[in-house]
Design a protein around this ligand. Structure first.
Ligand SMILES: CC(=O)N[C@H]1[C@@H](OP(=O)(O)OP(=O)(O)OC[C@H]2O[C@@H](n3ccc(=O)[nH]c3=O)[C@H](O)[C@@H]2O)O[C@H](CO)[C@@H](O)[C@@H]1O[C@H](C)C(=O)N[C@@H](C)C(=O)N[C@H](CCC(=O)O)C(=O)O
Ligand SMILES: Nc1ncnc2c1ncn2[C@@H]1O[C@H](COP(=O)(O)OP(=O)(O)OP(=O)(O)O)[C@@H](O)[C@H]1O
Ligand SMILES: N[C@H](CCC[C@H](N)C(=O)O)C(=O)O
Length: 473
């Protein structure tokens, strides 16, 4: 314990000669010999769980407010620090031996496209023979293989998981880490004391305003990355991205649809998976990062034709002349990008099935309704993780945004499985269906609990049923 706190401002009460076997901020994760870091959150307060941590065998407690609790013993030191969150990141990095200092770490931020860009970078590096791990919303992929390890399903991992994972990757011979930096991850200091080499700024749209406390706070959260990396790759077509890096001291490299890392490259040939302008932008961002690592365009270009999208991003199935796309668009900009791409490709009817998450930004609901109505011939509004909210209320807020004067057919179906089946059964040959919002997700979260749910499986079953095809057992 003495080693962990030696360079950190703190007041010690007790013997800090104790040895520490692990660090956690959640009392239920405490094991014998662990350091428990108590901090205040939105819903709860670690201070209220010190007792439990002690009962589970905590060897030391760190807090940022004075705390006393029954059961406190002389041999378990209580350490007071200025900010528990910041300390947690510092201590977890130190305990793991600061692996991020030796690894090349790339962090990607933006409202939309983080998962796609991290996967594109991972695919390019792997093809170039680099040993790489990709960390983000869809899991942890080491050299292209998904690792099944016990970490929370979060876009940006909290420090107690991140640094031990980086250490494990390093031990496996991984040299490059590509990860997503969510706004909430940045604002809650999950990436503090993680040494980042390249930061990528993709875009800034509407999402998480309510969790952050407004648009400015959301902007400032993402901007933080500009002070954390040595080099920045920035979308030059996005004025918010440019504003986010305007006082950065790092080297800045720009990309857009025709430019990679400040270099004009208008005619790159991509695989068919790179569908839509948004995915081309994602690919250009990824190429820019790999260029910064010293690879030439001629080395890189052949692999641009092998890029594939991550699961649940424009994932396509087609039976009987009806094409169905599963996509993770859950923000207004994302929905517009995808619908624009599909409208360009398909001339027939376009049926959009979507909802909006509960306990998340309400402002995006009517905006997504408006966009769905603008591009689709038919919209089926349904549920998407209503969480603690009433799904019908969310659906009403979405519908308010749709301009019914456009003649779009609107249907409300709170049961997502039914909504998908209705779309597939009403579609005619040549139509395309977009099922948006849940992408790779495998659950539906409602006030009554979490149930298994996959857009892909439901859609495939409905397509097979409609075409009277028996699935192979
Ligand atoms: C907004 C946010 O960052 N929430 C995370 C945060 O919650 P919080 O700060 O409000 O903490 P809290 O629940 O009030 O608890 C306070 C403290 O008491 C501790 N505690 C609590 C209960 C207990 O029994 N014992 C205990 O010790 C907690 O560990 C915590 O240290 O800290 C918790 C502990 O690490 C996380 O579980 C929780 O993420 C929840 C699961 C979550 O849903 N997060 C989402 C919104 C999120 O972070 N998403 C972004 C992606 C967004 C995007 O890209 O669109 C992500 O990076 O994943
Ligand atoms: N560059 C982009 N611009 C606008 N929309 C995009 C862009 N890239 C992807 N999208 C849309 O956003 C959806 C989610 O993409 P992706 O998972 O790559 O983003 P993300 O930022 O990781 O999302 P999340 O933060 O929720 O994990 C895609 O399915 C697509 O609809
Ligand atoms: N990372 C995002 C994912 C949203 C996906 C959508 N299906 C929803 O549940 O709102 C969030 O937690 O807000």
């Amino acid at each position: 314990m003495a080693e962990i706190v030696k360079d950190w401002p703190c007041t010690v009460n007790g013997n800090i000669g104790v040895s520490i076997k692990g660090i956690t901020e959640h009392s239920s994760n405490v094991k014998e010999g662990y350091l428990f870091v108590a901090r205040k959150g939105k819903k709860d307060d670690g201070l209220l769980h010190i007792q439990e941590a002690l009962e589970r065998g905590a060897a030391a407690i760190v807090t940022d407010r004075y705390a006393y609790c029954a059961g406190q013993r002389e041999e378990v030191p209580f350490v007071l620090v200025p900010d528990s969150r910041r300390f947690l990141s510092y201590a977890c990095a130190k305990m793991a031996g600061n692996p991020s200092k030796r690894l090349t770490v790339i962090a990607v931020t933006g409202t939309n496209g983080k998962t796609t860009v991290t996967h594109f970078i991972g695919q390019l590096l792997l093809a170039l023979g680099v040993r790489v791990a990709v960390l983000g919303t869809t899991g942890i992929f080491v050299n292209g293989v998904k690792w099944k390890i016990d970490v929370p399903e979060m876009t940006t991992l909290p420090p107690e998981y991140l640094h031990p994972l980086l250490k494990r990757c390093e031990d496996e011979g991984i040299t490059h880490i590509v990860m997503e930096a969510s706004s909430l991850g940045l604002s809650t200091l999950r990436l503090e004391h993680c040494d980042i080499d390249i930061g990528v700024f993709l875009n800034l749209g509407i999402d998480h305003y309510e969790e952050h406390g407004g648009k400015l706070a959301y902007f400032m959260a993402k901007k933080k990355l500009s002070t954390m990396a040595d080099q920045l790759v920035v979308n030059m077509d996005d004025s918010n991205c440019i504003a986010m890096v305007n006082d950065a001291t790092a080297e800045i490299y720009y990309f857009n649809e025709f430019m990679v890392a400040n270099e004009w490259v208008p005619d790159i040939q991509f695989s068919g998976a790179v569908l839509g302008r948004h995915n081309k932008m994602n690919a250009m961002a990824a190429i820019s990062v790999v260029r910064l690592m010293g690879y030439s365009l001629s080395e890189l270009l052949p692999f641009c034709q092998t890029l594939v999208l991550p699961a649940g991003r424009l994932q396509r199935m087609e039976i009987g002349g009806i094409a169905v796309y599963i996509d993770y668009a859950h923000t207004p900009d994302a929905l517009e990008a995808v619908l624009e791409a599909l409208r360009t490709e398909w001339k027939g009817g376009l049926i959009t099935v979507f909802g909006c998450g509960g306990d998340r930004d309400r402002g995006k609901r009517p905006k997504m309704g408006q966009i769905a109505g603008k591009y689709s011939s038919s919209v089926i509004i349904t549920s998407d993780n209503p969480r603690s909210e009433d799904p019908l209320d969310i659906m009403d807020e979405i519908q308010l945004g749709i301009d019914s004067a456009r003649g779009v057919q609107i249907e409300m179906e709170p049961d997502r499985k039914e909504a998908i089946r209705k779309a597939i059964f009403q579609a005619r040959e040549g139509d395309v269906i977009l099922i948006a919002g849940k992408g790779h997700e495998e659950t539906q979260q409602t006030a009554f609990g979490i149930t298994s749910f996959s857009d892909y499986r439901v859609a495939m079953d409905a397509l097979l049923d409609k075409n009277k095809i028996q699935p192979i057992e």
